[in-house]
Design a protein around this ligand. Sequence first.
Ligand code: N1C
Length: 250
Amino acid sequence: IVIVIIAVVLGLTLRQNKSEFESTFLSGCEKFNQYDCKKLWGVFQQAYVDKDPCKVPVEAYDPLIAAAPFKPQCNKTMFWSKTKDVVHGFTEKRKDCFVTLEDTLLGSVLDGLTWCGKEGSNDTFTSGCPGWSECENNPVRSFWICASAAFADVACGDVTAMLNGSINTPFNPTSIFASVEVPRFNASRVKKLNVVVVIQKNNISNCNHSSLKNLTQALDTGITYGCKDVSESRIQECGAKPEIACGACW
Ligand code: N1C
């Protein structure tokens, strides 16, 4: 009898963990109307369940992206690298100006989450999953690469990227921005890339940084490049004052 009770409690706990992640996914999804969230959950799970968590390739998420495709939002797409908090602090207040991947259904639902599967199980696990660089083909990293590529594919018009002036290499070749997004900007869709280097008190880089030369060289011929050093306080001011026109923020 004791064993049965332990087994039932254990079974319930495991089931609850599983449905906690599922509930997070579903409630995040339901904030966006017009999607069949149960169906999306099923498609999402198929990318990684019952798989070695180091053997989930980027393409595993293609069906998910196809089921919830990104809509082109010309002149409003915002990319970023190592500036997540500044960018989202700003974009959450100025949705009229810019949209990031986290403002889309898939980006917002999965932002900040960790998940993986296990061979021989149909469950989703949220602990004991491989870290970002522990193995290349892990479920979380492959998702962000797949989603970032698809998001960059639909970028059009003038696009913006916020980079960090407080680090040694604002345009880092190992970042998703440099390795996945920039190479997919297509001159037939993207007219100009506006880089904003976020300047804090102790900045060590700015628009003159040598890594940004590599960025200009990586751009498809035909895409114009511009760069501005903008203080973090100015970005916050623009977030706080909706009366400032998007084009006048910096
Ligand atoms: O490697 P990064 O930055 O250059 O990636 C940022 C870049 C953005 O332009 C986004 O479009 O790639 C996209 N992206 C996300 O939207 C995203 N949300 C959350 C990439 N990664 C994302 N994350 C998590 O941030 C992800 O799990 C990984 O750990 C970081 C990468 O951010 P970074 O190194 O600052």
